[in-house]
Design a protein around this ligand. Structure first.
Ligand SMILES: Cc1cc2nc3c(=O)[nH]c(=O)nc-3n(C[C@H](O)[C@H](O)[C@H](O)COP(=O)(O)OP(=O)(O)OC[C@H]3O[C@@H](n4cnc5c(N)ncnc54)[C@H](O)[C@@H]3O)c2cc1C
Length: 585
Protein backbone atom coordinates (compact mmCIF):
# COMPACT_ATOMS: atom_id res chain seq x y z
CA UNK A 1 0.00 0.00 0.00
CA UNK A 2 3.04 2.28 0.60
CA UNK A 3 2.13 5.95 1.01
CA UNK A 4 -0.86 5.74 -1.33
CA UNK A 5 -3.89 7.48 0.17
CA UNK A 6 -6.29 5.02 1.76
CA UNK A 7 -9.91 4.78 0.73
CA UNK A 8 -12.53 5.62 3.33
CA UNK A 9 -16.27 5.74 3.94
CA UNK A 10 -17.98 8.66 5.67
CA UNK A 11 -20.42 8.63 8.61
CA UNK A 12 -22.06 11.87 9.80
CA UNK A 13 -23.39 12.33 13.33
CA UNK A 14 -24.15 15.08 15.82
CA UNK A 15 -22.00 13.74 18.66
CA UNK A 16 -19.21 11.19 18.31
CA UNK A 17 -18.18 9.65 21.61
CA UNK A 18 -14.77 8.00 21.56
CA UNK A 19 -14.85 5.42 24.33
CA UNK A 20 -17.54 3.06 25.52
CA UNK A 21 -16.53 2.69 29.15
CA UNK A 22 -18.73 4.11 31.91
CA UNK A 23 -17.86 7.73 31.00
CA UNK A 24 -18.64 7.36 27.30
CA UNK A 25 -21.88 5.48 27.91
CA UNK A 26 -23.13 7.95 30.55
CA UNK A 27 -22.29 10.84 28.19
CA UNK A 28 -24.29 9.20 25.39
CA UNK A 29 -27.32 8.70 27.64
CA UNK A 30 -27.23 12.33 28.81
CA UNK A 31 -26.86 13.69 25.26
CA UNK A 32 -29.77 11.56 24.09
CA UNK A 33 -31.97 12.57 27.03
CA UNK A 34 -31.16 16.22 26.25
CA UNK A 35 -32.77 15.83 22.84
CA UNK A 36 -29.85 14.83 20.58
CA UNK A 37 -30.79 11.51 19.02
CA UNK A 38 -27.93 11.22 16.54
CA UNK A 39 -25.16 10.01 18.83
CA UNK A 40 -22.52 7.40 17.98
CA UNK A 41 -20.42 5.67 20.64
CA UNK A 42 -17.30 3.80 19.53
CA UNK A 43 -14.68 1.76 21.35
CA UNK A 44 -11.49 0.06 20.28
CA UNK A 45 -12.33 -3.09 22.25
CA UNK A 46 -15.16 -5.50 21.52
CA UNK A 47 -18.64 -4.04 21.93
CA UNK A 48 -19.61 -4.01 25.60
CA UNK A 49 -16.03 -4.43 26.80
CA UNK A 50 -14.01 -1.55 28.27
CA UNK A 51 -11.48 -1.06 31.00
CA UNK A 52 -14.36 -0.12 33.36
CA UNK A 53 -15.29 -3.81 33.67
CA UNK A 54 -12.12 -4.29 35.73
CA UNK A 55 -13.25 -1.94 38.50
CA UNK A 56 -13.65 -4.03 41.56
CA UNK A 57 -13.99 -2.22 44.85
CA UNK A 58 -16.82 0.22 44.37
CA UNK A 59 -18.21 3.67 43.76
CA UNK A 60 -18.37 6.48 46.32
CA UNK A 61 -21.25 8.70 47.31
CA UNK A 62 -21.97 10.45 50.57
CA UNK A 63 -25.27 8.63 51.09
CA UNK A 64 -24.64 8.20 54.81
CA UNK A 65 -26.32 4.79 54.92
CA UNK A 66 -23.74 3.42 57.36
CA UNK A 67 -22.30 6.63 58.78
CA UNK A 68 -25.09 9.22 58.94
CA UNK A 69 -22.63 12.01 59.73
CA UNK A 70 -21.25 11.78 56.21
CA UNK A 71 -22.06 14.60 53.77
CA UNK A 72 -20.94 15.65 50.32
CA UNK A 73 -18.80 18.33 51.94
CA UNK A 74 -16.86 15.80 54.04
CA UNK A 75 -16.45 13.70 50.89
CA UNK A 76 -15.17 16.80 49.04
CA UNK A 77 -12.81 17.63 51.91
CA UNK A 78 -11.39 14.08 51.81
CA UNK A 79 -11.02 14.33 48.03
CA UNK A 80 -9.32 17.75 48.04
CA UNK A 81 -7.01 16.72 50.87
CA UNK A 82 -6.07 13.45 49.23
CA UNK A 83 -5.43 15.37 45.98
CA UNK A 84 -2.88 17.42 47.91
CA UNK A 85 -4.75 20.60 47.02
CA UNK A 86 -3.92 20.75 43.34
CA UNK A 87 -7.35 19.51 42.17
CA UNK A 88 -9.74 22.21 41.04
CA UNK A 89 -11.95 22.71 44.15
CA UNK A 90 -15.00 23.46 42.00
CA UNK A 91 -14.56 20.17 40.14
CA UNK A 92 -14.18 18.35 43.47
CA UNK A 93 -17.39 19.92 44.78
CA UNK A 94 -19.26 19.05 41.58
CA UNK A 95 -18.05 15.44 41.84
CA UNK A 96 -19.11 14.99 45.45
CA UNK A 97 -22.32 17.05 45.37
CA UNK A 98 -23.63 15.02 42.43
CA UNK A 99 -22.46 11.70 43.92
CA UNK A 100 -25.66 10.63 45.74
CA UNK A 101 -27.89 11.37 42.71
CA UNK A 102 -25.52 9.54 40.37
CA UNK A 103 -25.43 6.40 42.53
CA UNK A 104 -29.19 6.47 43.20
CA UNK A 105 -29.76 6.76 39.47
CA UNK A 106 -27.68 3.62 38.86
CA UNK A 107 -29.76 1.86 41.51
CA UNK A 108 -32.98 3.01 39.79
CA UNK A 109 -31.60 1.63 36.54
CA UNK A 110 -31.14 -1.73 38.20
CA UNK A 111 -27.61 -1.77 39.68
CA UNK A 112 -27.56 -4.56 42.27
CA UNK A 113 -25.33 -2.90 44.87
CA UNK A 114 -24.84 -4.80 48.11
CA UNK A 115 -27.47 -4.16 50.79
CA UNK A 116 -27.73 -4.60 54.54
CA UNK A 117 -30.40 -6.95 55.93
CA UNK A 118 -32.69 -3.94 56.54
CA UNK A 119 -32.41 -2.89 52.88
CA UNK A 120 -29.96 0.01 53.24
CA UNK A 121 -27.19 0.14 50.65
CA UNK A 122 -24.02 -1.22 52.24
CA UNK A 123 -21.12 1.25 52.17
CA UNK A 124 -17.59 0.19 52.99
CA UNK A 125 -14.32 1.88 53.80
CA UNK A 126 -11.72 2.64 51.23
CA UNK A 127 -8.31 4.05 52.16
CA UNK A 128 -8.19 7.69 53.39
CA UNK A 129 -11.96 8.17 53.55
CA UNK A 130 -13.36 9.64 56.76
CA UNK A 131 -16.58 7.64 56.54
CA UNK A 132 -17.84 4.49 54.87
CA UNK A 133 -19.17 5.65 51.52
CA UNK A 134 -18.18 3.06 48.91
CA UNK A 135 -21.09 1.15 47.35
CA UNK A 136 -20.27 -2.11 45.63
CA UNK A 137 -21.49 -5.18 43.82
CA UNK A 138 -19.30 -7.98 45.19
CA UNK A 139 -15.93 -7.16 43.69
CA UNK A 140 -17.38 -6.55 40.23
CA UNK A 141 -18.79 -3.05 40.57
CA UNK A 142 -17.47 -1.83 37.21
CA UNK A 143 -19.00 -4.77 35.38
CA UNK A 144 -22.33 -4.14 37.05
CA UNK A 145 -22.24 -0.45 36.10
CA UNK A 146 -21.44 -1.38 32.50
CA UNK A 147 -24.35 -3.83 32.42
CA UNK A 148 -26.77 -1.18 33.61
CA UNK A 149 -25.41 1.59 31.36
CA UNK A 150 -25.36 -0.61 28.25
CA UNK A 151 -28.98 -1.49 28.90
CA UNK A 152 -29.87 2.21 29.03
CA UNK A 153 -27.92 2.87 25.82
CA UNK A 154 -29.72 0.02 24.05
CA UNK A 155 -33.09 1.21 25.33
CA UNK A 156 -32.46 4.55 23.65
CA UNK A 157 -31.26 2.83 20.46
CA UNK A 158 -28.00 4.76 20.51
CA UNK A 159 -25.53 3.55 17.86
CA UNK A 160 -22.76 1.71 19.63
CA UNK A 161 -19.80 0.18 17.76
CA UNK A 162 -16.88 -1.97 18.89
CA UNK A 163 -13.50 -2.61 17.22
CA UNK A 164 -13.41 0.94 15.85
CA UNK A 165 -10.07 2.57 16.55
CA UNK A 166 -9.58 6.33 16.24
CA UNK A 167 -6.35 7.27 14.54
CA UNK A 168 -6.65 11.06 14.68
CA UNK A 169 -9.01 13.90 15.43
CA UNK A 170 -9.81 16.38 12.69
CA UNK A 171 -10.32 20.12 12.99
CA UNK A 172 -11.29 22.93 10.67
CA UNK A 173 -10.71 26.61 11.46
CA UNK A 174 -10.18 25.91 15.16
CA UNK A 175 -13.31 23.75 15.62
CA UNK A 176 -13.60 19.99 15.81
CA UNK A 177 -14.88 18.46 12.60
CA UNK A 178 -14.65 14.74 13.38
CA UNK A 179 -12.23 11.84 13.57
CA UNK A 180 -10.48 9.39 11.34
CA UNK A 181 -10.79 5.77 12.44
CA UNK A 182 -10.08 2.23 11.40
CA UNK A 183 -12.92 -0.23 11.69
CA UNK A 184 -10.83 -3.31 12.42
CA UNK A 185 -13.91 -5.54 12.38
CA UNK A 186 -14.83 -4.67 8.81
CA UNK A 187 -11.37 -3.77 7.61
CA UNK A 188 -11.95 -0.22 6.42
CA UNK A 189 -11.11 3.39 7.20
CA UNK A 190 -14.01 5.55 8.37
CA UNK A 191 -14.23 9.31 8.38
CA UNK A 192 -16.59 10.37 11.16
CA UNK A 193 -17.90 13.87 10.57
CA UNK A 194 -19.55 15.30 13.67
CA UNK A 195 -20.50 18.60 15.29
CA UNK A 196 -19.05 17.56 18.61
CA UNK A 197 -16.56 14.91 19.71
CA UNK A 198 -16.22 13.59 23.27
CA UNK A 199 -13.00 11.88 24.30
CA UNK A 200 -13.81 9.22 26.89
CA UNK A 201 -10.89 6.98 25.97
CA UNK A 202 -9.47 6.15 29.42
CA UNK A 203 -6.08 6.75 31.05
CA UNK A 204 -2.41 6.01 30.28
CA UNK A 205 -1.18 3.47 32.83
CA UNK A 206 -0.12 1.13 30.03
CA UNK A 207 2.95 3.27 29.37
CA UNK A 208 4.30 1.35 32.42
CA UNK A 209 5.49 -2.26 32.36
CA UNK A 210 3.58 -3.11 35.53
CA UNK A 211 0.00 -1.93 35.25
CA UNK A 212 -3.37 -3.06 36.50
CA UNK A 213 -4.94 -2.63 33.04
CA UNK A 214 -5.22 -5.34 30.45
CA UNK A 215 -2.67 -5.44 27.62
CA UNK A 216 -4.98 -4.03 24.99
CA UNK A 217 -6.21 -0.85 26.70
CA UNK A 218 -5.31 2.28 28.65
CA UNK A 219 -2.53 3.41 26.31
CA UNK A 220 -3.44 7.06 26.72
CA UNK A 221 -5.14 7.42 23.35
CA UNK A 222 -7.48 10.12 24.68
CA UNK A 223 -4.71 12.36 25.98
CA UNK A 224 -2.51 11.73 22.94
CA UNK A 225 -5.29 12.44 20.41
CA UNK A 226 -6.08 15.74 22.12
CA UNK A 227 -2.41 16.68 22.46
CA UNK A 228 -1.79 16.07 18.74
CA UNK A 229 -4.29 18.78 17.81
CA UNK A 230 -2.94 21.28 20.33
CA UNK A 231 -5.00 20.66 23.49
CA UNK A 232 -2.82 20.95 26.60
CA UNK A 233 -2.50 18.12 29.11
CA UNK A 234 -2.39 18.79 32.83
CA UNK A 235 -0.35 17.26 35.69
CA UNK A 236 0.84 14.32 33.61
CA UNK A 237 3.40 13.35 36.28
CA UNK A 238 0.58 12.32 38.61
CA UNK A 239 0.32 8.56 38.22
CA UNK A 240 -1.21 6.48 40.99
CA UNK A 241 0.61 3.32 41.93
CA UNK A 242 -1.76 0.95 43.61
CA UNK A 243 -0.12 -0.76 46.59
CA UNK A 244 -1.24 -4.24 45.69
CA UNK A 245 -0.88 -5.89 42.30
CA UNK A 246 -0.26 -9.58 41.68
CA UNK A 247 3.37 -10.48 41.06
CA UNK A 248 3.03 -14.12 40.25
CA UNK A 249 2.62 -15.88 37.81
CA UNK A 250 4.30 -13.78 35.09
CA UNK A 251 1.15 -13.54 32.96
CA UNK A 252 -0.64 -11.81 35.85
CA UNK A 253 2.06 -9.31 36.87
CA UNK A 254 0.45 -6.01 37.81
CA UNK A 255 -3.11 -7.36 37.85
CA UNK A 256 -5.02 -5.67 40.67
CA UNK A 257 -5.62 -7.05 44.13
CA UNK A 258 -8.46 -4.79 45.15
CA UNK A 259 -8.19 -2.38 48.06
CA UNK A 260 -11.40 -3.98 49.28
CA UNK A 261 -9.19 -6.82 50.59
CA UNK A 262 -7.64 -4.34 53.02
CA UNK A 263 -11.04 -2.66 53.50
CA UNK A 264 -12.36 -6.02 54.70
CA UNK A 265 -9.48 -6.32 57.18
CA UNK A 266 -6.54 -7.70 55.16
CA UNK A 267 -3.09 -6.99 56.63
CA UNK A 268 0.35 -6.52 55.02
CA UNK A 269 3.40 -8.49 56.17
CA UNK A 270 7.00 -8.51 54.99
CA UNK A 271 9.15 -11.61 54.50
CA UNK A 272 9.86 -11.61 58.28
CA UNK A 273 6.10 -11.65 58.86
CA UNK A 274 6.23 -8.18 60.48
CA UNK A 275 3.11 -6.04 60.08
CA UNK A 276 5.30 -3.26 58.72
CA UNK A 277 2.61 -0.57 58.31
CA UNK A 278 2.89 -0.15 62.11
CA UNK A 279 6.21 1.57 61.45
CA UNK A 280 5.02 3.84 58.64
CA UNK A 281 1.45 4.77 59.60
CA UNK A 282 0.36 3.41 63.00
CA UNK A 283 -2.95 5.27 62.86
CA UNK A 284 -4.27 4.26 59.45
CA UNK A 285 -2.18 1.10 59.05
CA UNK A 286 -3.12 -0.70 55.80
CA UNK A 287 -5.90 1.80 55.06
CA UNK A 288 -3.71 4.85 54.67
CA UNK A 289 -3.60 6.79 51.39
CA UNK A 290 -2.64 4.67 48.38
CA UNK A 291 0.56 6.57 47.62
CA UNK A 292 1.78 6.13 51.16
CA UNK A 293 0.99 2.42 51.42
CA UNK A 294 2.59 1.83 47.99
CA UNK A 295 5.76 3.66 49.06
CA UNK A 296 5.90 1.72 52.30
CA UNK A 297 5.74 -1.58 50.40
CA UNK A 298 8.33 -0.29 47.94
CA UNK A 299 10.66 0.56 50.85
CA UNK A 300 10.26 -2.90 52.38
CA UNK A 301 11.16 -4.46 49.03
CA UNK A 302 14.12 -2.14 48.41
CA UNK A 303 15.47 -2.72 51.93
CA UNK A 304 15.58 -6.48 51.43
CA UNK A 305 12.46 -7.64 53.24
CA UNK A 306 10.75 -8.92 50.09
CA UNK A 307 9.09 -12.28 49.50
CA UNK A 308 10.36 -14.89 47.05
CA UNK A 309 8.94 -13.16 43.97
CA UNK A 310 9.93 -9.66 45.11
CA UNK A 311 6.81 -8.45 46.91
CA UNK A 312 5.14 -8.57 50.33
CA UNK A 313 2.35 -10.68 51.82
CA UNK A 314 -1.30 -9.68 51.97
CA UNK A 315 -3.16 -11.78 54.51
CA UNK A 316 -6.92 -12.14 54.83
CA UNK A 317 -6.97 -15.64 56.31
CA UNK A 318 -8.45 -14.30 59.57
CA UNK A 319 -11.85 -13.86 57.86
CA UNK A 320 -14.37 -16.67 57.55
CA UNK A 321 -14.35 -18.17 54.06
CA UNK A 322 -18.06 -17.39 53.69
CA UNK A 323 -17.37 -13.66 54.09
CA UNK A 324 -14.51 -13.80 51.58
CA UNK A 325 -16.76 -15.53 49.08
CA UNK A 326 -19.51 -12.99 49.70
CA UNK A 327 -17.39 -9.83 49.56
CA UNK A 328 -14.37 -10.80 47.45
CA UNK A 329 -15.49 -13.58 45.11
CA UNK A 330 -13.43 -12.41 42.12
CA UNK A 331 -10.23 -12.20 44.17
CA UNK A 332 -10.82 -15.67 45.53
CA UNK A 333 -11.34 -17.02 42.03
CA UNK A 334 -8.36 -15.15 40.52
CA UNK A 335 -5.79 -16.43 43.04
CA UNK A 336 -7.18 -19.94 42.87
CA UNK A 337 -7.10 -19.97 39.09
CA UNK A 338 -3.76 -18.31 38.36
CA UNK A 339 -1.62 -18.85 41.46
CA UNK A 340 -3.29 -21.94 42.92
CA UNK A 341 -3.65 -20.06 46.22
CA UNK A 342 -6.74 -20.39 48.42
CA UNK A 343 -6.85 -16.89 49.96
CA UNK A 344 -9.05 -18.05 52.83
CA UNK A 345 -6.12 -20.25 53.99
CA UNK A 346 -2.96 -18.83 52.40
CA UNK A 347 -1.38 -15.39 52.03
CA UNK A 348 -1.29 -13.51 48.71
CA UNK A 349 1.99 -12.19 47.31
CA UNK A 350 1.66 -8.57 46.11
CA UNK A 351 3.64 -5.49 45.00
CA UNK A 352 2.73 -2.01 43.69
CA UNK A 353 1.41 -1.53 40.14
CA UNK A 354 0.56 1.52 37.96
CA UNK A 355 -3.15 1.84 38.43
CA UNK A 356 -4.67 5.18 37.60
CA UNK A 357 -3.61 8.38 35.91
CA UNK A 358 -4.70 11.61 37.57
CA UNK A 359 -3.18 13.66 34.75
CA UNK A 360 -4.90 14.08 31.41
CA UNK A 361 -6.72 16.42 29.06
CA UNK A 362 -7.16 19.95 30.36
CA UNK A 363 -10.88 20.78 30.46
CA UNK A 364 -13.20 23.26 32.15
CA UNK A 365 -15.99 22.32 34.56
CA UNK A 366 -18.26 21.24 31.70
CA UNK A 367 -15.57 19.04 30.16
CA UNK A 368 -14.87 21.52 27.32
CA UNK A 369 -11.38 21.64 25.84
CA UNK A 370 -9.82 24.61 24.11
CA UNK A 371 -11.01 23.30 20.72
CA UNK A 372 -14.60 24.30 19.96
CA UNK A 373 -16.88 21.25 20.12
CA UNK A 374 -14.25 18.93 21.62
CA UNK A 375 -15.00 17.58 25.11
CA UNK A 376 -13.42 15.00 27.39
CA UNK A 377 -14.75 12.89 30.28
CA UNK A 378 -13.69 10.09 32.62
CA UNK A 379 -10.11 8.98 33.21
CA UNK A 380 -8.97 10.81 30.04
CA UNK A 381 -9.36 14.09 31.96
CA UNK A 382 -6.92 15.68 34.44
CA UNK A 383 -7.24 17.90 37.51
CA UNK A 384 -10.28 16.33 39.20
CA UNK A 385 -8.26 14.15 41.58
CA UNK A 386 -5.17 16.36 41.87
CA UNK A 387 -2.04 14.57 43.05
CA UNK A 388 -3.80 11.41 44.21
CA UNK A 389 -7.18 9.80 43.72
CA UNK A 390 -9.35 8.39 46.46
CA UNK A 391 -10.39 4.79 45.76
CA UNK A 392 -13.96 4.70 44.47
CA UNK A 393 -13.89 8.27 43.12
CA UNK A 394 -13.10 7.42 39.52
CA UNK A 395 -16.20 5.35 38.88
CA UNK A 396 -18.09 8.26 40.38
CA UNK A 397 -16.29 10.69 38.09
CA UNK A 398 -17.34 8.71 34.99
CA UNK A 399 -21.05 9.00 35.71
CA UNK A 400 -21.10 12.49 37.26
CA UNK A 401 -19.01 14.18 34.55
CA UNK A 402 -20.36 11.92 31.80
CA UNK A 403 -23.79 13.41 32.52
CA UNK A 404 -22.49 16.99 32.68
CA UNK A 405 -20.52 16.61 29.43
CA UNK A 406 -23.37 14.89 27.57
CA UNK A 407 -25.78 17.69 28.50
CA UNK A 408 -23.35 20.43 27.50
CA UNK A 409 -22.39 18.74 24.23
CA UNK A 410 -26.11 18.46 23.44
CA UNK A 411 -26.53 22.21 24.01
CA UNK A 412 -23.52 22.84 21.76
CA UNK A 413 -24.73 20.78 18.81
CA UNK A 414 -28.16 22.41 18.85
CA UNK A 415 -26.59 25.77 18.01
CA UNK A 416 -23.74 24.70 15.72
CA UNK A 417 -23.47 23.31 12.23
CA UNK A 418 -21.31 20.47 11.07
CA UNK A 419 -17.85 21.94 10.49
CA UNK A 420 -16.30 21.61 7.05
CA UNK A 421 -13.68 18.94 6.50
CA UNK A 422 -10.24 20.41 5.95
CA UNK A 423 -9.22 18.25 3.00
CA UNK A 424 -5.56 19.15 3.21
CA UNK A 425 -5.47 17.97 6.82
CA UNK A 426 -7.45 14.85 5.96
CA UNK A 427 -5.07 13.92 3.15
CA UNK A 428 -2.11 14.50 5.41
CA UNK A 429 -3.61 12.19 8.04
CA UNK A 430 -4.42 9.53 5.47
CA UNK A 431 -0.91 9.85 4.09
CA UNK A 432 0.55 9.35 7.58
CA UNK A 433 -1.57 6.25 8.01
CA UNK A 434 -0.56 4.85 4.63
CA UNK A 435 3.12 5.45 5.32
CA UNK A 436 3.04 2.99 8.26
CA UNK A 437 2.94 0.03 5.88
CA UNK A 438 6.13 -1.42 4.47
CA UNK A 439 9.08 -3.64 5.26
CA UNK A 440 10.99 -3.08 8.49
CA UNK A 441 13.80 -4.79 10.33
CA UNK A 442 13.01 -3.08 13.61
CA UNK A 443 11.01 -5.03 16.21
CA UNK A 444 8.21 -2.67 17.30
CA UNK A 445 7.01 -4.94 20.11
CA UNK A 446 10.45 -4.92 21.74
CA UNK A 447 10.59 -1.15 21.60
CA UNK A 448 7.15 -0.95 23.19
CA UNK A 449 8.37 -3.15 26.04
CA UNK A 450 11.47 -0.96 26.26
CA UNK A 451 9.31 2.15 26.70
CA UNK A 452 7.23 0.49 29.40
CA UNK A 453 10.20 -0.71 31.37
CA UNK A 454 11.99 2.66 31.01
CA UNK A 455 8.93 4.35 32.47
CA UNK A 456 8.81 1.88 35.36
CA UNK A 457 12.53 2.26 36.06
CA UNK A 458 12.91 6.02 35.68
CA UNK A 459 9.47 7.48 36.35
CA UNK A 460 8.00 4.91 38.78
CA UNK A 461 7.14 5.13 42.48
CA UNK A 462 10.36 6.86 43.59
CA UNK A 463 11.84 9.45 41.24
CA UNK A 464 14.82 11.79 41.17
CA UNK A 465 16.01 14.45 38.74
CA UNK A 466 19.04 12.60 37.40
CA UNK A 467 17.15 9.39 36.73
CA UNK A 468 14.22 11.20 35.14
CA UNK A 469 16.64 12.96 32.77
CA UNK A 470 18.26 9.63 31.93
CA UNK A 471 14.79 8.20 31.30
CA UNK A 472 13.95 11.08 28.99
CA UNK A 473 17.08 10.37 26.95
CA UNK A 474 16.21 6.69 26.76
CA UNK A 475 12.67 7.46 25.59
CA UNK A 476 14.18 9.78 22.93
CA UNK A 477 16.48 7.01 21.70
CA UNK A 478 13.61 4.51 21.58
CA UNK A 479 11.55 7.02 19.63
CA UNK A 480 14.26 7.40 16.98
CA UNK A 481 14.38 3.62 16.56
CA UNK A 482 10.62 3.36 16.49
CA UNK A 483 10.39 5.83 13.60
CA UNK A 484 11.75 3.03 11.41
CA UNK A 485 9.06 0.52 12.40
CA UNK A 486 6.69 -0.43 9.57
CA UNK A 487 3.72 -2.80 9.50
CA UNK A 488 4.20 -5.70 7.07
CA UNK A 489 0.61 -6.78 6.55
CA UNK A 490 -1.19 -4.12 4.51
CA UNK A 491 -4.74 -5.36 5.20
CA UNK A 492 -6.83 -3.47 7.74
CA UNK A 493 -9.14 -6.23 8.99
CA UNK A 494 -8.11 -7.37 12.48
CA UNK A 495 -4.60 -6.07 11.93
CA UNK A 496 -3.39 -6.13 15.52
CA UNK A 497 0.14 -5.14 14.54
CA UNK A 498 -1.17 -1.95 12.94
CA UNK A 499 -3.17 -1.11 16.07
CA UNK A 500 -0.27 -1.62 18.46
CA UNK A 501 2.10 0.31 16.19
CA UNK A 502 -0.17 3.36 16.21
CA UNK A 503 -0.69 3.08 19.97
CA UNK A 504 3.04 2.86 20.61
CA UNK A 505 3.81 5.79 18.32
CA UNK A 506 1.42 7.88 20.38
CA UNK A 507 2.88 6.82 23.71
CA UNK A 508 6.13 8.76 23.17
CA UNK A 509 4.55 12.19 23.60
CA UNK A 510 2.85 11.03 26.79
CA UNK A 511 6.06 9.57 28.23
CA UNK A 512 7.85 12.82 27.46
CA UNK A 513 5.07 14.82 29.14
CA UNK A 514 5.20 12.59 32.25
CA UNK A 515 9.01 12.78 32.50
CA UNK A 516 9.28 16.51 31.84
CA UNK A 517 6.49 17.39 34.27
CA UNK A 518 8.06 15.09 36.89
CA UNK A 519 11.41 16.85 36.41
CA UNK A 520 9.75 20.26 36.72
CA UNK A 521 7.90 19.34 39.91
CA UNK A 522 10.81 19.62 42.31
CA UNK A 523 8.86 18.49 45.34
CA UNK A 524 6.99 15.45 46.59
CA UNK A 525 3.21 15.69 46.45
CA UNK A 526 0.70 12.84 46.57
CA UNK A 527 1.63 10.12 44.10
CA UNK A 528 4.65 12.08 42.85
CA UNK A 529 7.55 11.20 45.13
CA UNK A 530 10.98 12.76 44.50
CA UNK A 531 13.74 11.28 46.66
CA UNK A 532 15.84 14.42 45.96
CA UNK A 533 12.97 16.75 46.94
CA UNK A 534 11.07 14.82 49.64
CA UNK A 535 9.14 17.85 50.96
CA UNK A 536 5.96 19.46 49.62
CA UNK A 537 6.38 23.12 48.68
CA UNK A 538 3.57 25.63 48.94
CA UNK A 539 5.15 27.54 46.02
CA UNK A 540 4.55 24.48 43.83
CA UNK A 541 0.87 24.14 44.67
CA UNK A 542 0.15 24.61 40.99
CA UNK A 543 -0.78 22.67 37.88
CA UNK A 544 1.80 21.80 35.25
CA UNK A 545 0.55 21.98 31.68
CA UNK A 546 2.15 20.11 28.77
CA UNK A 547 1.81 21.82 25.38
CA UNK A 548 2.68 20.54 21.95
CA UNK A 549 5.53 22.57 20.51
CA UNK A 550 5.85 23.52 16.84
CA UNK A 551 8.37 20.68 16.38
CA UNK A 552 5.97 18.12 17.92
CA UNK A 553 7.76 17.98 21.30
CA UNK A 554 6.52 18.84 24.78
CA UNK A 555 6.77 22.33 26.30
CA UNK A 556 5.63 23.14 29.83
CA UNK A 557 3.84 25.99 31.57
CA UNK A 558 2.30 26.34 35.02
CA UNK A 559 -1.05 27.59 36.30
CA UNK A 560 -2.22 28.58 39.76
CA UNK A 561 -4.76 26.30 41.38
CA UNK A 562 -7.94 28.13 42.44
CA UNK A 563 -8.01 28.71 46.22
CA UNK A 564 -10.10 26.48 48.44
CA UNK A 565 -12.63 28.69 50.22
CA UNK A 566 -16.04 28.81 51.95
CA UNK A 567 -17.71 25.68 53.40
CA UNK A 568 -15.16 23.34 51.80
CA UNK A 569 -12.29 25.16 53.47
CA UNK A 570 -14.07 25.01 56.84
CA UNK A 571 -14.74 21.29 56.38
CA UNK A 572 -11.07 20.62 55.64
CA UNK A 573 -10.05 22.55 58.76
CA UNK A 574 -12.54 20.54 60.86
CA UNK A 575 -11.17 17.29 59.47
CA UNK A 576 -7.68 18.25 60.46
CA UNK A 577 -8.76 19.14 64.00
CA UNK A 578 -10.72 15.96 64.73
CA UNK A 579 -9.59 12.99 62.70
CA UNK A 580 -12.37 10.40 62.69
CA UNK A 581 -11.37 6.89 63.73
CA UNK A 582 -12.18 4.12 61.32
CA UNK A 583 -13.59 0.73 62.16
CA UNK A 584 -14.15 -2.31 60.02
CA UNK A 585 -17.59 -3.01 61.42
C1 LIG B 1 -8.24 -3.28 38.06
C2 LIG B 1 -8.90 -1.96 38.28
C3 LIG B 1 -9.78 -1.78 39.31
C4 LIG B 1 -10.40 -0.56 39.52
N1 LIG B 1 -11.28 -0.44 40.55
C5 LIG B 1 -11.91 0.74 40.74
C6 LIG B 1 -12.88 0.87 41.77
O1 LIG B 1 -13.17 -0.06 42.51
N2 LIG B 1 -13.47 2.08 41.93
C7 LIG B 1 -13.20 3.14 41.13
O2 LIG B 1 -13.76 4.20 41.33
N3 LIG B 1 -12.30 3.02 40.13
C8 LIG B 1 -11.66 1.86 39.90
N4 LIG B 1 -10.75 1.74 38.88
C9 LIG B 1 -10.59 2.84 37.95
C10 LIG B 1 -11.77 2.89 36.98
O3 LIG B 1 -12.10 1.58 36.58
C11 LIG B 1 -11.47 3.70 35.72
O4 LIG B 1 -10.92 4.92 36.07
C12 LIG B 1 -12.75 3.94 34.93
O5 LIG B 1 -13.41 2.73 34.68
C13 LIG B 1 -12.44 4.65 33.64
O6 LIG B 1 -13.60 4.68 32.87
P1 LIG B 1 -13.63 5.49 31.52
O7 LIG B 1 -15.01 5.35 30.98
O8 LIG B 1 -13.09 6.84 31.71
O9 LIG B 1 -12.61 4.73 30.56
P2 LIG B 1 -12.47 3.19 30.16
O10 LIG B 1 -13.38 2.30 30.88
O11 LIG B 1 -11.02 2.95 30.21
O12 LIG B 1 -12.94 3.17 28.66
C14 LIG B 1 -12.15 3.70 27.64
C15 LIG B 1 -12.85 3.46 26.34
O13 LIG B 1 -12.14 4.12 25.30
C16 LIG B 1 -11.96 3.25 24.21
N5 LIG B 1 -10.80 3.71 23.46
C17 LIG B 1 -9.55 3.97 23.91
N6 LIG B 1 -8.77 4.39 22.90
C18 LIG B 1 -9.55 4.41 21.78
C19 LIG B 1 -9.33 4.73 20.43
N7 LIG B 1 -8.14 5.14 19.97
N8 LIG B 1 -10.36 4.62 19.55
C20 LIG B 1 -11.57 4.19 19.97
N9 LIG B 1 -11.84 3.87 21.25
C21 LIG B 1 -10.84 3.98 22.14
C22 LIG B 1 -11.82 1.89 24.86
O14 LIG B 1 -12.05 0.86 23.93
C23 LIG B 1 -12.89 1.99 25.93
O15 LIG B 1 -14.15 1.73 25.35
C24 LIG B 1 -10.12 0.53 38.66
C25 LIG B 1 -9.21 0.37 37.63
C26 LIG B 1 -8.59 -0.86 37.43
C27 LIG B 1 -7.60 -1.02 36.32
Amino acid sequence: MGTKLLEYSTTCTDILIIGSGAAGLRTAIAAHDSGVKDVVVIGKCKRGDAHTVLATGGINAALGTMDPKDSYLVHAADTAKEGWFIADPKAVLALCRNGPNAVNELVRWGARFHREKDGRLTQRFFGAHTYRRTCFFGDQTGKEMMRVLIRQVRKRKIRFLGDVFVVSLLTCKGAISGALAIDFGRGRVVLFRSKSVVLAAGGYTKIYSRSSSRGFENHGDGAALAFEIGVPLVDMEMVQFHPTGMIYPKSMVGSLVTEAVRGEGGILLNSKLERFMKRYDPVNMELGPRDFVARSIYTEIMEGRATKHGGVWLDITMLPKSRILDRLPKMYEKFKKYDNVDISRERMEVAPTAHYTMGGVDVDLKGRTRIKGLYAAGETVGQIHGANRLGGNSLLETVVFGKIVGEDAARFVKTHRLAQVDHIELERRLGQLGSIFGKSKVDGERIRQGIQSAMWTYAGIARDGARLSAGLREIGALRRRFDRVRVGRAALKENLELKTTIETRRMFALCEAVMKSAIARRESRGAHYRTDYPKTKESLRLNILSHRTAGGGVGLSTRKVPKVSGPLKREIEKLEETPVRRSFE
